[in-house]
Design a protein around this ligand. Sequence first.
Ligand code: ADP
Ligand code: AMP
Length: 212
Amino acid sequence: MKLVFLGPPGAGKGTQAELLRKNYGFDHISTGEVLRQEIKKNTKLGKKVEEYVNKGALAPDPIVTKIIKKWLNELDSKKGIVLDGFPRNLNQAESLEEDIKIDYVLYFDLDEKNIIKRLSNRLYCPNCKKFYNLKYNPPKEDKLCDNCKNELIRRNDDSPEAIKKRLKVYTENTHPLVKHYEQEEILIHIDASKNINEVFNQVIERINIEKT
Ligand code: ADP
Ligand code: AMP
């Protein structure tokens, strides 16, 4: 099963994709995560995208599209795949359609007040790439990753200015994809305001999969 996770920043796409990976063996790619790792390793690609990512702008389409196409090409998926954070505009959606047929697009719907609450309390383990939330999903030990005990950090783009910019970019560039996929009749609406388990139950129910 091929899924796209669509929705505003902070809606819980990465959290839910990780649950599908852990519980159902889905392969998961987050374009944001790939770019963060490239930036961390200070690669040529990382240097090219750093400014866009840190200020909350979209990285150039050819760069992210190439990342996704390469991943899809090398993939040997048995259970299913989740594209998290791609596509983010119509141009990217059209590039994706050249390569694969998406079964469902899950739209994680969350209002701005909750988005800001979630993003401003988000912590991140740069080592195992796991996300926490000081309010809703805290680590067991203060600011340390449950898995690897690495110190948790805030993402550079979770600053108030970058959050504002990302919301604007989402509204202008990404949200129009909701209509696009509605017209394709593959859009599934998820109420992302519920707690993590409740959202996961909606995901499982709506895509109708059985645990193996
Ligand atoms: P996205 O990938 O859509 O940007 P994340 O999965 O990183 O969003 O979630 C954003 C923040 O909100 C994280 O700190 C995460 O722990 C927290 N979070 C995720 N889902 C929920 C939820 N259903 N209720 C409360 N907090 C959540
Ligand atoms: P995310 O981890 O999904 O919140 O993405 C973090 C940042 O990575 C975004 O704000 C963009 O700067 C960049 N990014 C992630 N996915 C894409 C994409 N599909 N197109 C362009 N930029 C992206």
